[in-house]
Design a protein around this ligand. Structure first.
Ligand code: SF4
Ligand code: SF4
Length: 351
């Protein structure tokens, strides 16, 4: 097993280390691993066990992350390693996020960057599992990628320390931060084994301070995590702390992993949460995982003109002026980057 010395840890007494990457802040004794299983104390030093060891790599439309207001139409090289710092009972990537076995293919940063270029992508996404736990791999790759003009995005549960956010910020262009169950602390404790949601809000504020483009998702889980009131509270926090133009995606849940007895979120419930988020004052609210739903589209917050029409990950109609304004009333629509015509919108796996 190859070892790569970790970033962001402190030595404590008796050869113990404290990991400062995520809000769990594991204290790890010699020979032990952290909660995520992929960081190990060897001789009083902390090592990443998954550096350059990708379990999955593939080309995705950026819209799949989802990122709707950042380089629309772009393609990204998506990479992941095994491991996660959450234990979501409904994880749809549980086979790679929850196993304790360290496995994956050697895929060093320079090869990731080469594959990004060879596959016609414009950026790299660190995704599928939790990029915080493969931080060193993501950091080195992102730095190299930036040098040659690619952008970098995280799809994250947001449980990062502010220190981790500040460290990756110079190379991180955008982040999709995934909430579940309306950010209800009881939901997080029961279904994801996460003791507190406060660190997620702190990480988001740090991302905002560091000028990282942020889009938020919330997984609407039937019965246990579909409170309209909680969604409204979350949307209100987003409006006040991050700004009313922050895109907010309400995602349909499908049963998976240990939660196979539940059902998919009724469309009607998603629509109610959509109304609640709009009522809270957010300008750009979306319903996700429901291809063809009218709430996949972008509407001008001033005159309600449909300015971007989508079907799933595909942009089917672009109705903005060259300087990203509504063609009817001239309202500026906040889109970072530029429009790409990548030619296809369907993901494909490299391995
Ligand atoms: S990244 Fe892993 S080892 Fe570090 S604090 Fe989080 S769970 Fe613990
Ligand atoms: S945070 Fe994401 S990858 Fe990790 S267990 Fe939860 S759903 Fe799975």
């Amino acid at each position: 097993m190859s070892l790569h010395e970790a970033m962001l840890y402190e030595k404590t007494k008796e050869n113990k280390v404290k990991c400062c990457l995520c809000a769990r802040n594991c204290f790890i004794s010699e020979g032990g691993t952290g909660f995520c299983f992929v960081r190990k104390n060897e001789g009083g030093k902390l090592f990443s066990l998954v550096y350059a060891k990708a379990i999955s790599a593939g080309v995705d439309p950026l819209a799949k992350k989802p990122l709707s207001h950042f380089n629309p139409g772009a393609l990204v090289m998506s990479i992941a390693t095994v491991g996660c710092n959450f234990r979501c009972q409904f994880c749809d990537n549980w086979m790679i996020s929850q196993g304790k076995e360290i496995k994956g293919r050697n895929f060093p940063p320079e090869e990731v960057v080469k594959a990004t270029r060879d596959n016609g992508c414009q950026g790299i996404s660190y995704t599928y599992t939790e990029p915080t736990i493969f931080f060193e791999y993501a950091y080195d790759t992102a730095r190299l990628a930036r040098q040659v003009g690619f952008f970098n995005t995280f799809v994250t549960n947001g449980y990062m320390t502010p220190e981790a956010v500040k460290t990756i910020a110079p190379y991180l262009d955008a982040a999709t931060v995934d909430f579940k169950g309306g950010a209800d602390p009881e939901f997080y404790k029961s279904f994801s084994s996460v003791p507190s949601v406060i660190p997620i809000f702190e990480a988001l504020k740090e991302m905002k301070r560091n000028n990282i483009h942020i889009e938020i998702t919330n997984l609407v889980v039937p019965k246990t995590g579909d409170s309209i009131e909680k969604v409204k509270q979350l949307a209100t926090w987003i409006r006040d702390a991050l700004g009313k133009d922050t895109p907010f995606h309400l995602l349909r849940y499908h049963p998976d992993y240990q939660q196979t007895t539940t059902t998919a979120t009724p469309i009607e419930t998603l629509e109610k949460t959509y109304v609640a988020a709009k009522d809270a004052g957010l300008s750009y609210v979306y319903i996700g995982n429901v291809p063809g739903h009218p709430c996949e589209n972008t509407y001008c917050p001033n005159c309600n003109e449909q300015v971007i029409k989508r079907y799933s990950f595909e942009i089917t109609k672009w109705n903005l002026t060259k300087d990203m304004r509504c063609p009817v009333c001239g309202q500026e629509i906040p889109i970072k980057g530029r429009l790409y015509a990548s030619g296809h919108s369907y993901p494909y796996a490299l391995f």
